[in-house]
Design a binder for this molecule. Structure first.
Ligand SMILES: *[C@@H]1O[C@H](CO)[C@@H](O)[C@H](O)[C@H]1NC(C)=O
Ligand SMILES: *[C@@H]1O[C@H](CO)[C@@H](O)[C@H](O)[C@H]1NC(C)=O
Ligand SMILES: *[C@@H]1O[C@H](CO)[C@@H](O)[C@H](O)[C@H]1NC(C)=O
Ligand SMILES: *[C@@H]1O[C@H](CO)[C@@H](O)[C@H](O)[C@H]1NC(C)=O
Length: 424
């Protein structure tokens, strides 16, 4: 195949997990590019088609919340938030390396979903004493987040996309050097008491295999799986080409260290365990979810594929065992919004994946907002089965949204999306 990586890279623009090829298209990638990322030939519906009442919740703390996790046990929604205006400057996962433009104010928020107030819900910004950050600055640079509900505490695992430093001087590398070596992402573990008032920093996971971490699926036994959305390529041409070369991976860490357990992924995103114990890995590039059985040695074996013809983002599991995933129906609009977060809101879609008794999957489109009226350009969605509420947040969005079902929570119904299914 005659392709000049540099020429290709220069025409690729990457945003929030999605890649656009501008000038150069070649047949082998046409399906991915046109069908999945640009969504030609798909009906994008207005929010009024869906039986939900949605509203935005704004506030200085509730912006650029890339990811969320619901503690079912304590009824607290944890959010990994940042600064909308800064995401375009600093986001190593998509090769934004302007260190001086990074957010200095990332925070973990605990929102009480049973305590609505006028403006939204009661929430607390969690202090993280004892967390060293870089050179003792104590700062987090939040991307993905997942928790584990314990009996007396909650463990939170976050992807911390921090800048790299010069090992001699300890100073941050400049933008030019970052473009060569990339950021220095680690996975941080915090332990929070049940009221989410006391936060204890537990440990940093730093490992050569934690290269472009996107999100984490803890096993609950101290080990975890995670996705490297660009595989080992932290920066440069191979980083830009990674989604089409499909060198993203699923990796695994335990006390013994970390290792890659499955390769060949095109921008693998926010993975999650299902209630069936299987591991679900969505792709922001290929429009599918790969389903894995985990093996006793930490390895994985693929057992199924679920096709959803949208670029997919972070998965979350609800109390009924259904998986929820946001899709981005219009990449062009998302791209523009990423660089102009206070401008027009891009359209958003929410899918629910239900595993039927016969083992096949049913995928329903639960929400869609073709005009970007109330939903954020969503990168994470969380469903509370008790109230039927759906919470949505977005990596660069200046607000989060909550949608209340108009009828009873158990009767959500919406347009179905036809899906294929692969038996492997
Ligand atoms: C980097 O960020 C700073 C601070 O926001 C901004 O002034 C500067 O223009 C940015 N540089 C580039 C190259 O985008
Ligand atoms: C899902 O979260 C990860 C961090 O987990 C973030 O890098 C990714 O962009 C999110 N999904 C998307 C696309 O935004
Ligand atoms: C990356 O982070 C690790 C863990 O915090 C640290 O030990 C290491 O010095 C950092 N490396 C660079 C190049 O910043
Ligand atoms: C680190 O700083 C030293 C001293 O300024 C410099 O000589 C070296 O080139 C720097 N290394 C990197 C990787 O930037």
């Amino acid at each position: 195949m005659a392709l000049n990586p540099l020429a290709v890279a220069s025409s690729i623009i990457v945003v929030g997990g999605f890649v656009l090829i501008g000038a150069i298209l070649w047949p082998i990638f046409l399906r991915d590019i046109i069908i999945i990322t640009n969504g030609l030939g798909r009906t994008v519906q207005p929010i009024s088609d869906f039986p939900y009442q949605c509203r935005r919740i704004s506030g200085p703390d509730l912006q650029a919340c890339e990811d969320m996790w619901l503690s079912e046990r304590t009824r607290q929604l944890f959010l990994a938030c940042s600064d909308s205006a800064s995401r375009k400057h600093w986001m190593p996962n998509i090769a934004r390396f302007n260190v001086s433009g990074r957010s200095l104010n990332d925070k973990i928020i605990a929102l009480d979903i049973d305590k609505p107030v006028d403006t939204g819900f009661e929430y607390r910004v969690l202090e993280t004493p004892g967390f060293p950050g870089v050179n003792g600055d104590g700062r987090l640079h939040l991307v993905g987040m997942t928790g584990v509900d314990g009996k007396d505490e909650i463990d939170l695992y976050v992807v911390n996309a921090k800048p790299s430093v010069n090992s001699t001087t300890g100073e941050f590398l400049n933008q030019k050097d970052h473009k060569e070596v990339g950021g220095n992402s680690t996975i941080e573990q915090f332990r929070v008491n049940i009221e989410a008032e006391e936060v204890q920093f537990v440990q940093t996971f730093a490992d050569p295999h934690i290269s472009t971490p996107n999100n984490i699926a803890p096993t609950g036994k101290g080990s975890f799986y995670f996705t490297n959305d660009h595989g080992p390529n932290k920066a440069g041409t191979w980083h830009a080409l990674s989604p089409i070369m499909k060198n993203g991976d699923v990796s695994y860490c335990n006390e013994g260290g970390c290792r890659k357990v499955d390769g060949g992924h095109g921008f693998p995103n926010g993975l999650s365990f299902g209630k069936d114990g299987l591991l679900y890995v969505p792709s922001s590039w290929a429009g599918d979810l790969k389903v894995y059985r985990t093996l006793p040695d930490g390895g994985v074996k693929q057992v199924d594929t679920i096709y959803i013809p949208y670029a997919l983002d972070n998965l979350s599991l609800d109390g009924n065992g259904d998986l929820w995933v946001p899709g981005l129906p219009n990449i062009g609009a998302t791209l523009r919004a990423f660089d102009n977060p206070l401008g027009p809101t891009p359209p958003a879609t929410v899918f629910r994946i239900h595993k039927k008794d016969d083992g096949t999957y049913q995928v329903d489109k639960v929400l869609e907002d073709s005009e970007g009226k109330v939903l954020p350009g969503a990168t994470a969605v969380v469903h509370d089965v008790k109230t039927g509420r759906i919470f949505l947040s977005g990596v660069f969005s200046p607000f989060i949204s909550v949608c209340e079902p108009m009828d009873s929570p158990s009767q959500e119904k919406a347009g179905s999306e036809s899906t294929g299914r692969d038996e492997l």
